[in-house]
Design a protein around this ligand. Structure first.
Ligand code: NAD
Ligand code: UGA
Length: 452
């Protein structure tokens, strides 16, 4: 099969490389010339575990071509994957500019029997719109389009484990109306050993949004419960554990903390809310999911203000600015929003992230970016664990605390053992967990709390 992938970002690059790994030749096209040049040199433009090695191996095997030109990348291909970005508009709808530009640019170069596969997350109805747009453009140019197909194949990979998720997906969804498109994609994914679901394009489009919105809602729900735990002397981790043992609920995505960020959950929940409202349906459930999530950053700021008697003029060390561990992506990062809120409140912020410092530093001025965690924490009035990179649990906490001016630790991801931090003489604050001073003592409801 002759394959092109349009858009060499997180999804396109990883998809292209893992397809090449199965022995196919893949052309990767991107409008970003700098990105294509870096890729040709074997330099991944993003950080993902295993990506650099995978790129090197596929370049060495001669299975990759990189280009910025549609007239080179599209003619003669059986499958053209569309993996361009679909960010939010200021009103929360989906900005379909990249999608429209890419489809317009490829329309006249497509083989008459090609299948365009939309992997980007796109609002319901987009696949049909794409087919109509391509047909119209080709008809005007006198080119055939009756055997050309458009299919939806939403992507479910997570950043931080994108390569592994792409190699081992848990399901493959194909939305199409054309038997040939189903057969071609089923042949491509044969041997994956996971369920392949054949659905209509509209169903595939909605599966993607519904899955992301459901997971985001699960996170906001547990954060809501975390607040109630904190007001009741309960520990959200125990509550989540007890909930998660019910197989209908499951233990994953019940980690309370600073809330969800990233390039997908926030924008996809906003877009789904927009799609519901456009059909005259209520989006209240999703709007509340977003509201609870926004409030996590204000809650963290409030905790710091209370613990320090105000953050203005205080030195705050923030550990982690990526939206989750194992990525350099800071898009809609809750951690970075907290950094911005602290800077706006006149705190002196020293921040450290193992991978995301370079991207974050370009976006947020007024922050001292440290090359190592302990350089950020030295002399701090408070340390904030904002992104749950596993190495933060392994820091020499005794030494870190000894170097601080005031020993306050705000663990926004409930990552540390609070009792251990408290035993080293620090004030430990979590998100929905009892204050460490109470550890080891009989748990009592706080005054004014519920009667047990
Ligand atoms: P990205 O911003 O990392 O990459 C998009 C790429 O497309 C960029 O390199 C950009 O230069 C390129 N591009 C833009 N316009 C183009 C055009 N007209 N022609 C060719 N290339 C063009 O985006 P991403 O994170 O990879 O997301 C892509 C899509 O996949 C989005 O719809 C997103 O919602 C969805 N998705 C993302 C993830 C994820 O983890 N990032 C997971 C699942 C689905
Ligand atoms: C998410 C989905 O998990 C993927 O299936 C989907 O393909 C992708 O969005 C997408 O459409 O782009 P991703 O955003 O990369 O993947 O990362 P997640 O692991 O889902 O984490 C998202 C956010 O939720 C992070 O900020 C994380 O810190 C937060 N989170 C996650 C919690 O606060 N609590 C949890 O229990 C889990």
């Amino acid at each position: 099969m002759r394959i092109t992938v349009v858009g060499a970002g997180y999804v396109g690059l990883v998809t292209g490389l893992t397809l090449a790994e199965t022995g196919r030749h893949v052309t990767l096209l991107d409008v970003d010339k700098g990105r294509i040049e870096r890729l040709q040199r074997g330099e991944p433009p993003i950080y993902e575990p295993g990506l650099k090695e995978l790129l090197a191996a596929q370049l060495a095997a001669g299975r990759l071509t990189f280009t910025t030109r549609y007239d080179e990348a599209v003619p003669g291909r059986d499958l053209v994957f569309l993996c361009v970005g679909t960010p939010s508009t200021p009103l929360g709808a989906t900005d379909l500019g990249q999608r429209a530009a890419a489809l317009e640019a490829m329309a006249l170069h497509l083989d008459p029997e090609a299948v365009v596969v939309i992997k980007s997350t796109v609002p319901v109805g987009t696949n049909r719109w794409a087919k109509d747009m391509i047909t119209c453009k080709r008809n005007r140019a006198g080119l055939p389009s009756d055997r050309l197909a458009v299919a939806s194949n939403p992507e479910f990979l997570r950043e931080g484990s994108a390569v592994e998720d792409s190699r081992h997906p848990d399901r493959i969804v194909i939305g199409a109306t054309d038997v040939r498109a189903f057969l071609l994609l089923e042949r491509l994914f044969a041997g994956s050993g996971v369920p392949i679901l054949r659905v209509l394009p509209e169903e595939a489009e909605l599966i993607k949004y519904a899955a992301n919105a459901f997971l985001a809602q699960k996170i906001s729900f547990i954060n809501l419960m975390a607040d109630l735990c904190e007001a009741s002397g309960a520990d959200i981790r125990r509550v989540a554990e007890g909930m998660g043992l019910d197989p209908r609920i499951g233990p994953r995505f019940l980690a309370a903390g600073l809330g969800f960020g990233g390039s997908c959950f926030p924008k996809d929940v906003r877009s789904l809310a927009h799609q519901l409202k456009a059909k005259g349906l209520s989006a209240a459930l999703l709007e509340e999911t977003l509201r609870i999530n926004r409030n996590r950053v204000s809650l963290a700021l409030r905790k710091l203000n209370t613990a320090l008697g105000g953050v203005a003029g205080r030195r705050i060390a923030v550990l982690g600015v990526a939206f989750k561990p194992h990525t350099d992506d800071v898009r809609e990062s809750q951690s970075l929003k907290l950094v911005e809120a602290l800077v706006a409140a006149s705190a002196h912020v020293a921040a450290y992230d193992p991978e995301a410092t370079a991207t974050a530093a370009r976006l947020v001025p007024g922050v001292q970016w440290a090359p190592q965690a302990e350089q950020a924490t030295q002399g701090a009035d408070a340390v904030v664990l904002a992104t749950d990179w596993p190495q933060f649990s392994e820091l020499p906490w005794e030494r870190v605390l000894a170097g601080m001016r005031t020993k306050v630790v705000l663990d926004c991801r409930n990552q540390l053992e609070g009792a251990k931090i408290a035993s080293l003489g620090a004030r430990y604050l979590g998100m929905g967990v009892p204050q460490a001073e109470a550890f080891g003592q009989e748990r009592k409801p706080p005054p004014g709390g519920p009667t047990l």
